[in-house]
Design a protein around this ligand. Structure first.
Ligand code: HEC
Length: 121
């Protein structure tokens, strides 16, 4: 599958942030299936901390509220892990997916539809 970029990005190398984001999307994908099949959660993705420092594609600028969106994402991830054995698992998972989308609305609209597909209905 070819992943569409956020913005026009011809012949640009894949940035560390993009690589991390692809892993994050795969994480959501797997986790959505785990929820549907009542399977245990994946090991806590410590590598997602790199969101704080990973370099963006050259020329891309984070939004003014970049740090707040990161905090929101990290808090949502922690909440999800706190609730994985409760009936709230699906709703905290959806909040995690929403935390991705909130940042993307301001920084990178391209992949929003692909991220939204992971919402648990
Ligand atoms: C703090 C803001 C922020 C959050 C939170 C965030 N993203 Fe991103 N995302 C970005 C930015 C900025 C890019 C562009 C990165 C670049 O080009 O270097 C990106 C790129 C992507 C891409 C495209 C990667 C590619 O192929 O180039 C995907 C897919 C993606 N994000 C998925 C997610 C998912 C899934 C989550 C939540 C688990 C998430 N993002 C959370 C800001 C964010």
């Amino acid at each position: 599958m070819v992943l569409a970029a956020c913005f026009f990005q011809a012949a640009m190398p894949v940035s560390p942030m993009s690589k991390l984001m692809r892993q994050m999307l795969t994480f959501l994908d797997v986790e959505k299936q785990n929820i549907a099949q009542n399977k245990p959660v994946q090991e806590f993705p410590k590598s997602f901390e790199k969101i704080n420092t990973a370099k963006l594609t050259e020329g891309k600028k984070p939004s003014a509220d970049h740090g707040a969106y990161i905090q929101n994402f990290q808090r949502s991830l922690t909440r999800y892990y706190e609730s994985i054995n409760t009936p709230q698992r699906a709703s905290t998972f959806n909040l995690l997916v929403s935390s991705c989308i909130t940042c993307h609305e301001h920084e990178c609209p391209g992949p929003i539809q692909r991220i939204e597909k992971n919402l648990v209905k």
